[in-house]
Design a binder for this molecule. Structure first.
Ligand SMILES: [Fe+2]
Length: 288
């Protein structure tokens, strides 16, 4: 039951040129321009990210992929049963997202716009990266993972377990903050939720992680980020829970992007753990 992977993310951005430089020169993503927006391809899917020029910056939507129409209908029914207003999207947005069936709702926990779909469009031509990278680890693992701050952590975790079909991977507690990591496929976590704070408002995206097929992709990316003057927020390091080797940069919209390699895949015999730090080594906050 529930969602099967993180499928896509659509962003409204005010600094389109800076975003283009980041996604094409650093991340090697393949632009597909259309009227008023740029879709970015990173694998066999038509696209995984969309940038739309706007006056302000926001995450327009995150898209959850569901494997079949029947599972999608069951999930929509479950949301409606809780009183969540779910909208069946018409042909115009379906054509933009390149999916067969599409629904949208405002998450009652995070407060953001979320979309549910099945039937993504697959391209028959190979992904043509903008720089020499080995590509991205996606497939059934999905686009990557997202981390959000929420007002009510316990209720949010329960919602993502009982309604959206996630299971807890583990917890990390540090500096009086709690993070709960959750999976919906073999990727160690597709969603993590953290308690909000004075400078970390509920509903804001903390970061999106994308996973490279090689550590060299990440290493060359790190050099490019430094050379281009893009702010590094967390230095290279290795996470305690999913063993992702990664670094974090600040996007032109403010939220962070984690560029990682080597994340754990987990199976049905996974045992939930509780870590006292997010890193094994490295991952020093810049300036901290
Ligand atoms: Fe992450």
């Amino acid at each position: 039951m529930g969602v099967d992977s993180l499928g896509y993310m659509a962003l409204k951005v005010s600094k389109l040129d800076a975003w283009r430089a980041l996604l094409e020169q650093v991340f090697g993503m393949e632009p597909r321009e259309r009227d008023g927006a740029i879709d970015y391809r990173i694998d066999s899917y038509h696209h995984r990210l969309t940038l739309t020029l706007d006056t302000t910056d926001s995450v327009e939507a995150i898209g959850w992929e569901v494997g079949t129409s029947e599972k999608l209908a069951a999930l929509v029914d479950r949301l409606k049963g809780l009183g969540v207003a779910v909208v069946e999207e018409g042909p115009a947005l379906r054509a933009q997202r390149k999916v067969k069936e599409l629904y949208s709702f405002t998450c009652p926990m995070i407060g953001n716009r979320q979309e549910l779909y099945y039937g993504p469009l697959i391209s028959n031509t190979p992904f043509a990266p903008s720089r020499g990278i080995s590509g991205y680890k996606t497939g059934t693992l999905g686009l990557g993972h997202v981390v959000y701050w929420v007002k009510d952590l316990a209720a949010s975790v329960k919602f993502y377990q009982d309604v959206m079909g996630f299971a807890i991977s583990d917890y990390i507690a540090w500096d009086d903050n709690d993070a709960v990591f959750m999976h919906c496929n073999k990727r160690h976590h597709t969603l993590a939720l953290m308690q909000d704070g004075p400078n970390t408002p509920a509903g804001e995206l903390m970061h999106l992680m994308v996973e490279a097929n090689s550590y060299d992709d990440v290493g060359y990316g790190y050099d490019l980020v430094r050379d281009m003057g893009i702010p590094v927020m967390i230095e290279p390091g290795k996470h305690s829970n999913d063993h992702m080797q990664s670094f974090y940069l600040q996007t032109p919209s403010g939220f962070w992007l984690e560029y990682g390699y080597g994340g754990l895949e987990i199976g049905p015999d996974w045992e939930i753990r509780n870590y006292d730090a997010p890193m094994l080594w490295g991952h020093r906050f810049v300036g901290g």
